[in-house]
Design a protein around this ligand. Structure first.
Ligand SMILES: Cc1ncc(COP(=O)(O)OP(=O)(O)O)c(N)n1
Ligand SMILES: Cc1ncsc1CCOP(=O)(O)O
Ligand SMILES: [Mg+2]
Length: 231
């Protein structure tokens, strides 16, 4: 169940157990999967760090449609076991088909209002807003219930990503939805983004390319605890 009292997801076709509980003001590490086409290895990598994550996004730019569906279903079972919501990158149809908790859509990934309609009122629907506050306002009007800005730092995962200024995070407070920061974020540079108003820090490489991913995931958590000592 979510804060609204509505079920977090009711369209589940294939996932078995209970949907994740989504707090009204999520704060923490938003893990995004690396491009790993070895499903067994991907699951092991994610499972090791999932206890430190608030949300999980399945993103795999190297997998074909069949592998993406198989990996998404396997990750959904894992995420459910850890009570972490799973969002699917780029593909609202896949998210609806497997009963994921939500979707993340960028500028080339389809219509937010359609995604909201197909996933239902309780789903997590996120929008990439890059460096653009107007895009964020429109995204919320269209049905997004959280917005992502960035890249804030150079990203090895997405080297060509447009860059954004942390000031955007403060401006976006008026939207009244959780703000996600993404792009080259490390435990060391996360604090400035948390101070600017980020609720969630989305990370691929900072965790999955770290020599010790578990220690890295813990370090992000510690950054949140330092920034928000009472929560
Ligand atoms: C949380 C979050 N923020 C931004 C993105 C980037 O989305 P997009 O611009 O569609 O780029 P790709 O991820 O599809 O390469 C994201 N995935 N997640
Ligand atoms: C998908 C995406 N969009 C902007 S930067 C980025 C990649 C994030 O990965 P990393 O945390 O490794 O920079
Ligand atoms: Mg995309």
């Amino acid at each position: 169940m979510v804060a609204s009292g509505l079920p977090a997801f009711s369209h589940s076709a294939r996932a078995s157990s209970v949907p994740a509980t989504i707090p009204p003001r999520p704060r923490g590490l938003y893990l995004i999967t690396p491009d790993d086409t070895d499903t067994t290895r991907l699951l092991a990598r994610v499972e090791a760090v999932l206890p430190h994550a608030c949300w999980l996004q399945y993103r795999n730019k190297r997998a074909d449609a069949r592998l993406r569906e198989a990996q998404a279903i396997a990750l959904l079972a894992l995420a459910r076991a850890h009570h972490v919501p799973l969002l699917i990158n780029d593909d609202a149809t896949l998210a609806a088909r497997i009963g994921a908790d939500g979707v993340h859509l960028g500028e080339d990934d389809g219509d937010l209002a359609q995604a909201r309609a197909s996933l239902g009122p309780a789903a997590l629907v996120g929008a990439s807003c890059y460096d653009d506050i107007t895009r964020a306002r429109r995204a919320v009007d269209a049905g997004a219930n959280h917005v992502a800005f960035g890249a804030f730092h150079p990203s090895t995962t997405k080297p060509g990503a447009r860059r954004a200024d942390p000031e955007l995070l403060a401006q976006a407070a008026a939207l009244g939805v959780p703000r996600v920061a993404i792009g080259g974020i490390t435990p060391d540079n996360a604090r400035a983004l948390l101070d600017a108003g980020a609720d969630l820090i989305a990370v691929v490489g900072g965790v999955f390319d770290a020599p010790d991913p578990i220690a890295a995931a813990r370090a992000y958590r510690a950054a949140f605890e330092r920034a928000h000592p009472s929560s």
